[in-house]
Design a protein around this ligand. Structure first.
Ligand code: HEM
Length: 392
């Protein structure tokens, strides 16, 4: 039997602008297909994306970027963190920080996150108009994750540029400039974290870097640095984009915005729908550790297959009227946070932040509306907006 092949181009401007029509075609035509330029299989349906994420024979197996010497600063940060490892290393690294991100602990941060949101809203109110990304969606999760880790306020402006330079490597079709910037950012970010860890080892505080530095489980310094950087980056990138994508969905569906204002109790369901409807993260790769069949296709040991989360979340086999933005959708078993052993560690934090940010924004500005076209970032894997101008 011949293997179905897809020529779908994740870098095409039409796909970046709106990938959902092509996903619908691909789900119907080639649920699991080989993609020659990416050198991997792609799973477009809910059933098969889920299978990819949950099958223990399909692992996140890190391969150093080559030439390894040139990419060492970038490779070091990935080789030594939970997301790029499988059990038992994954289990050990995840356990080191899992308590700090458990729901009970996260709930205790709520009043502090509320104050941070209110401060940002005060500043926006003084301006009269704002960019929802730069003035709200971005600074809030950056401040929260930085405080959790113990990055001093004066250094926080460094985090997003480092993170952005690193995550651009997760896109396809990046050139040498992207690689150079990612290696430089990895180097600087790691040096910064080594310094911070040294300080906290000498004078511990009540923050996660201090706890890691003093941990009985004795992570190596590279593991400490890579773990902290993973948390700092994962701890804001998707949250910024989930909020921006969701707000644009609201602006395009004013009936849903009016409904949420009338029924604020729907906020938790609305946040799940924001993540399902326009997922902030679209593609995660796995490598077969033995021959595995997915959707009738044989993935041979060593071959790769990726789950397309945004496509899975619009699959009519799993969601009724999947192209409707319905903030009261029930049930909503989206895979925006992944599934299986790598299920998002930060989901309780992301949910709390997004719910609180949405509620606080709508309460403060009863006449919030767009003030021009939002501008998308030209990326596929991390899907989000560069700016969303608003007035209130
Ligand atoms: C709306 C916001 C977020 C979304 C949509 C999201 C989504 C995801 C997804 C899909 C994965 C799984 C990757 C895979 O299977 O290969 C993941 C993993 C992860 N996320 Fe999130 N995330 C969000 C926010 C956060 C936050 C706030 C943190 C804060 C710490 C975080 C930390 C992590 C970590 C550490 C992992 C790796 C878990 C592991 O490998 O066991 N995420 N996230």
């Amino acid at each position: 039997m011949s293997v179905p092949v897809t020529t779908f181009d994740p870098t095409a401007s039409g796909v970046v602008a709106d990938p959902y029509p092509i996903f619908a075609e691909l789900r119907a035509r080639t649920p699991v297909a080989w993609h020659e330029p990416l050198g991997m299989f792609l799973a477009f349906t809910y059933e098969h994306a889920n299978a990819v994420l949950r099958d223990r024979r399909l692992g996140r197996i890190w391969r150093d970027r080559e030439p390894a010497q040139r990419f060492e600063p970038f490779n070091l940060l990935h080789r030594n963190q939970m997301m790029e490892n499988e059990p038992p290393t994954h289990t050990r690294l995840r356990r080191l920080v899992a308590k700090a991100f458990a729901r009970g602990h996260i709930e205790r941060l709520r009043p502090r996150v509320r104050r941070l949101a209110d401060d940002l809203l005060d500043r926006m109110a003084d301006l009269g108009r704002a960019d929802l990304i730069a003035d709200y969606a971005e600074p809030l999760p950056v401040a929260v994750i930085a405080e959790l880790l113990g990055v001093p306020e004066g250094d926080r402006h460094l985090l997003r540029p480092w993170s952005q330079a690193i995550v651009k490597m997760y896109e396809y079709g990046g050139g040498e400039e992207v690689e150079r910037a990612a290696v430089a950012a990895s180097q600087e970010f790691a040096a910064y974290l080594r310094g911070l860890a040294r300080e906290r080892r000498a004078r511990p505080r009540d923050d996660l870097v201090s706890h890691l530095a003093a941990s009985q489980e004795r992570p190596s310094e590279d593991e400490l640095v890579a773990s902290a950087i993973l948390l700092l980056n994962a701890g804001h990138e998707a949250s910024v984009n989930a909020f921006g994508n969701g707000m644009v969905a609201f602006f395009n569906h004013p009936d849903q915005l009016a409904r949420l204002r009338a029924e604020p109790g729907l906020t938790p369901a609305a946040v799940e729908e924001m993540i399902r409807y326009d997922a902030p993260l679209h593609l995660f790769e796995r490598t077969a550790t033995e021959d595995v069949e997915v959707g009738g296709q044989l993935i041979r040991a060593g071959q790769k297959i990726a789950a397309l989360l945004g496509s899975a979340n619009r699959d009519p086999a799993a969601f009724s009227h999947p192209d409707l933005f319905d903030i009261a959708r029930e049930p909503n078993p989206h895979v925006g946070f992944g599934a299986g052993v790598h299920f998002c560690l930060g989901a309780p934090l992301a949910r709390m932040e997004l719910q609180l940010a949405l509620l606080a924004l709508l309460r403060r500005f009863p006449r919030l509306e767009p003030a021009g076209e939002p501008v998308r970032r030209p990326t596929f894997v991390l899907r989000g907006y560069h700016s969303i101008p608003v007035t209130f």
